[in-house]
Ligand binder design. Structure first.
Ligand SMILES: C[C@](O)(CO)[C@H](O)COP(=O)(O)OP(=O)(O)OC[C@H]1O[C@@H](n2ccc(N)nc2=O)[C@H](O)[C@@H]1O
Ligand SMILES: Nc1ncnc2c1ncn2[C@@H]1O[C@H](COP(=O)(O)OP(=O)(O)OP(=O)(O)O)[C@@H](O)[C@H]1O
Length: 303
């Protein structure tokens, strides 16, 4: 097969946060039904796919990103994405993938999922597959619950185990401080602790608060602050009690809201504008690496 793109295709994909993460009772397949509102924020990784003799993956980290936890074998989500696409669509052309990560690893920001989404889009273009977006979303859902959102970006609802994504109307720009830490957390361990915490308790079906949908539609950061939440936060805090201190410190420093991102340990602080975010970030810097960013931003995009 001859590619029109001998020099490769580069795609950029964003980190995700859960503005609200509603978690239901564990399903027979071990996953939890979710009702979540995702937002893509301005931390990005890029994936470059280049035709090669053999499948390969390499990885670099942008400033401050430790890539030691990124596997470079067949479990790498970007490589799995490329191989899944090739298998499903009869492609017989290996690629070398290069990941340049700007999203902290195992931080609850869906960094691996962003790589998977970026690799799907990059390879589909490299191989000129002309797939409809719905097909890429379907393959993304097979790779991981958070991968479809990496393609869609913006602000969006997530249902099922998180893979059923629909855009949400959003007229705002939201300034966030994202506080990251050196040591990540295991997503399955946090969900397992959610189950322990709810043993013997009837867990209701989750829903996205209507006030959150209204806040996004109005672009109102103060109203959004009143509606954010994370059902996994008690489990994340039980596994990592030290997170309580920076969450409190962010509110003391006048952040509108403070919450754990996804399964953690990254903490999120909603602010009113970039200057406000810079001052909250300064107050949080003793606790970890405080990054100032904003959302919503687009999903996987060709560079
Ligand atoms: C915490 C979140 O980031 C919130 O968006 C996601 O739910 C996690 O998404 P993800 O990392 O893409 O998760 P997957 O790779 O699909 O699943 C990893 C593991 O997380 C747990 N998991 C994930 C999603 C879900 N709805 N219920 C779960 O219980 C399961 O133990 C699963 O084996
Ligand atoms: N391309 C990849 N980049 C980072 N981690 C990867 C990748 N592929 C597989 N992994 C594995 O996935 C684990 C979770 O990493 P990731 O950065 O996606 O965590 P996360 O942001 O907490 O994810 P989520 O919020 O989706 O649960 C890592 O510890 C690593 O073993």
């Amino acid at each position: 097969m001859t590619s029109l793109h001998e020099t490769g295709v580069t795609v950029r994909a964003p980190a995700k946060i859960n503005l609200h993460l509603g978690v239901g009772p564990v399903r027979p397949d071990g996953f939890h039904p979710l009702a979540t509102a995702y937002q893509a924020i301005s931390l990005f990784s890029t994936v470059t796919a280049t035709p090669a003799d053999d499948w390969a993956v390499t990885c670099t980290g942008q400033v401050g990103i430790d890539t030691a936890g990124v596997p470079l074998d067949d479990t790498n989500l970007a490589l799995r994405a490329a191989k899944l696409l090739a298998r499903e669509h009869g492609v017989d052309q290996p690629v070398a993938l290069h990941l340049d990560k700007g999203i902290p690893v195992a931080g609850g920001l869906a960094g691996g999922s962003a790589d998977g989404a970026a690799a799907l889009l990059a390879c589909s273009l490299l191989w000129d597959l002309s797939l409809p977006p719905a097909r890429l979303l379907e393959l993304a859902g097979e790779l991981g619950s958070d991968v479809p959102f990496g393609l869609v970006g913006g602000s969006a609802s997530g249902h099922g185990r998180g893979e059923l994504v629909e855009p949400l109307e959003d007229h705002g720009r939201y300034d966030w401080v994202v506080l990251t830490f050196d040591t990540g957390m295991s997503t399955p361990a946090v969900y397992a602790d959610f189950d322990v915490l709810h043993e013997g308790v009837e867990v209701p079906d989750p829903e996205i608060p209507p006030a959150l949908v209204a806040a996004l539609r109005a672009g109102d950061a103060r109203a959004l602050a009143d509606a954010v939440g994370n059902d996994l936060q008690p489990a994340s805090l039980r596994l990592r009690p030290q997170l309580a201190e920076p969450l409190r410190a962010g509110l003391d420093a006048s952040a509108y809201a403070a919450l754990v991102s996804g399964s953690g340990p990254t903490c999120l602080f909603l602010c009113g504008d970039p200057d406000h975010a810079a001052s909250v970030a300064a107050a949080l810097s003793p606790y970890g690496r405080a990054l100032v960013c904003h959302g919503p931003v687009p999903g996987a995009t060709v560079l």
